[in-house]
Design a protein around this ligand. Sequence first.
Ligand SMILES: Nc1ncnc2c1ncn2[C@@H]1O[C@H](COP(=O)(O)OP(=O)(O)OP(=O)(O)O)[C@@H](O)[C@H]1O
Ligand SMILES: Nc1ncnc2c1ncn2[C@@H]1O[C@H](COP(=O)(O)OP(=O)(O)OP(=O)(O)O)[C@@H](O)[C@H]1O
Ligand SMILES: [Mg+2]
Ligand SMILES: [Mg+2]
Lengths: 165, 165, 165, 165
Amino acid sequence: MYLKSLELMGFKSFGRKTVFDFQPGVTAIIGPNGSGKSNICDAIRWVLGEQSAKALRGTKMSEVIFAGSAELRPAAFSQVKLILDNEDRAMPLDYSEVSIGRQLFRSGESNYIVNNNRTLLNSIKEMLMDTGIGKDGYSVIGQGDIDDIIFQRTQSRRALIEEAA
Amino acid sequence: MYLKSLELMGFKSFGRKTVFDFQPGVTAIIGPNGSGKSNICDAIRWVLGEQSAKALRGTKMSEVIFAGSAELRPAAFSQVKLILDNEDRAMPLDYSEVSIGRQLFRSGESNYIVNNNRTLLNSIKEMLMDTGIGKDGYSVIGQGDIDDIIFQRTQSRRALIEEAA
Amino acid sequence: SSERFIETFKQINVAFNDIFDVLFPGGSGMLKLSDENAPLESDVDIVCKLPGKKLSTLELFSGGEKALISLALLFSILQVKPPAFCLLDEVEAALDEVNVRRFTRMLRAFSGKTQFLVITHNKETMQAVDVIYGITMQKTGVSKPISIRLEDEDKIKEFTYSKSG
Amino acid sequence: SSERFIETFKQINVAFNDIFDVLFPGGSGMLKLSDENAPLESDVDIVCKLPGKKLSTLELFSGGEKALISLALLFSILQVKPPAFCLLDEVEAALDEVNVRRFTRMLRAFSGKTQFLVITHNKETMQAVDVIYGITMQKTGVSKPISIRLEDEDKIKEFTYSKSG
Ligand SMILES: Nc1ncnc2c1ncn2[C@@H]1O[C@H](COP(=O)(O)OP(=O)(O)OP(=O)(O)O)[C@@H](O)[C@H]1O
Ligand SMILES: Nc1ncnc2c1ncn2[C@@H]1O[C@H](COP(=O)(O)OP(=O)(O)OP(=O)(O)O)[C@@H](O)[C@H]1O
Ligand SMILES: [Mg+2]
Ligand SMILES: [Mg+2]
């Protein structure tokens, strides 16, 4: 199993539909300060169910919706899709590809979508149970967070190990 | 006025007496991880009166005393001396050089010394009043502190400006 | 259940020991439960000894040393329970060149089991990856990805030193 | 007294405006007192606009953008009340190459009035200074300084990539 592609539309600074195709192995993401690299990290945390605006560096969740720029009007909604390769059936679903999506409209309406069917966050969490992927686990380390791993209150160290158990 | 030299003896990883001679202009301090660069920053904060062990990355103040190593025994005391050039009489003292020192013994005894005379921290603070130099001001920015300048509670932003007033 | 936790903890501890040896040649690191009898409530302590240093207090270690100890813990969890992918956002920013090389060698070693996405400004890290994505904004406020071939030195240079920011 | 505070605040604000323009070409920054009538209790807010971006919420800016805004505030205070010396510990770690160059140009511009000691791992920064001190430990646990001549490329290389750490 690996992350096959990531689609962002109206998420933070990704005002236009943007698709990243990834390969197994190691991919570097580079670019100047403020160009949108950490916003990709936020997008992955968000689609995996992040509920706290503060964990996404904002104060209210609607701030993840593209706010407009010099050349593009603000977006009406924000959408992120994570497409996982499931050839090895690491996830207990009979698909060779699984797409996990999240939408948020300015009205506040919010949806989770798996393979184009609306679903609940809990069933996404169940699906990902034994894969080690999740917003709180060790699969996403945000900017500046590396020091927290050993310096957090030791309960969170325990939680990291529990997550792997 | 500028920092002419800095003497460390038994302060953190500086087990032996070490003297830095500085020039006006810009000096870089480089070296591998853990070699002792930020300990120099801690030494300057300490000699200027830092009272909190936590601000020096420790839990108790006696941890600033050299704890020993593979080749050198633990130190009995820690001493730092800051020598400021005062040719321009920026400090209201009739000396062309002013030396500010601090000592800490394992017994807990601690001294402040100005030009080889024991003195109190308050008179050092008075002496440095209009120079902009101090442990809390903007003259020492520790590792990782740069983000705090704009993100601290806004009262401390005010305190920075008060310090300059 | 507490048996599973203990079993996972033991495996992570063995991995931590091995990986610590690679990242800190000549040092040693281990994990300890503060209360063996109540594993699910117990704290997880980290005990390390760095080459040539007597002290083992985590707080006193340097910025780069702490980041490397955190990475040792992270890789030991990845070893025991590899997630499908792992996103790292500037985790090597505090490391010197020797330690960045140790980090990238670890990445390569783990990239067979886990796909890595590494956000970085570090040229050493960029040389250790399989694929590079550049993100640019060109003063438009909208992020745009550009796929860069590894052999395209000029493009990489343009990205790390793009005037347009 | 509150007149002095207001006077200093106004001067720092003018400096902040100018310096912001240099660090963020095309952007604009200013400081605001939350309550003009009670300056000594009032908060100091920072209002910035970055080139091409609509948003001005400080929290949403990137790691590098926040560090550069903090540096703009620091330099504006240094302009109004230059301290005899200023110690900066890896303040440019989050910056990309273009912004490191803007930072070092600012250092040079201010080095006439203020002496700078700059702890760094960044090669660009090392090229912008007058003198370099290397700190080494060579697995002994004791820090030792070595003065390095700027022309001595090999020595600098040895320091930034010293095997012995
Ligand atoms: N909802 C939004 N709409 C438009 N732009 C946004 C939105 N939320 C955040 N941004 C912009 O995204 C930028 C930050 O991007 P990000 O943190 O990803 O940068 P980065 O590439 O990681 O930079 P660095 O190298 O400094 O860490 C900010 O300038 C911010 O204004
Ligand atoms: N009292 C003490 N006696 C001996 N060594 C000490 C003492 N206090 C701290 N140290 C050692 O000093 C080292 C940290 O040094 P410092 O933080 O200055 O490193 P640095 O050069 O800034 O590294 P980095 O580039 O990673 O930031 C630690 O390894 C720590 O064990
Ligand atoms: Mg970032
Ligand atoms: Mg340091």
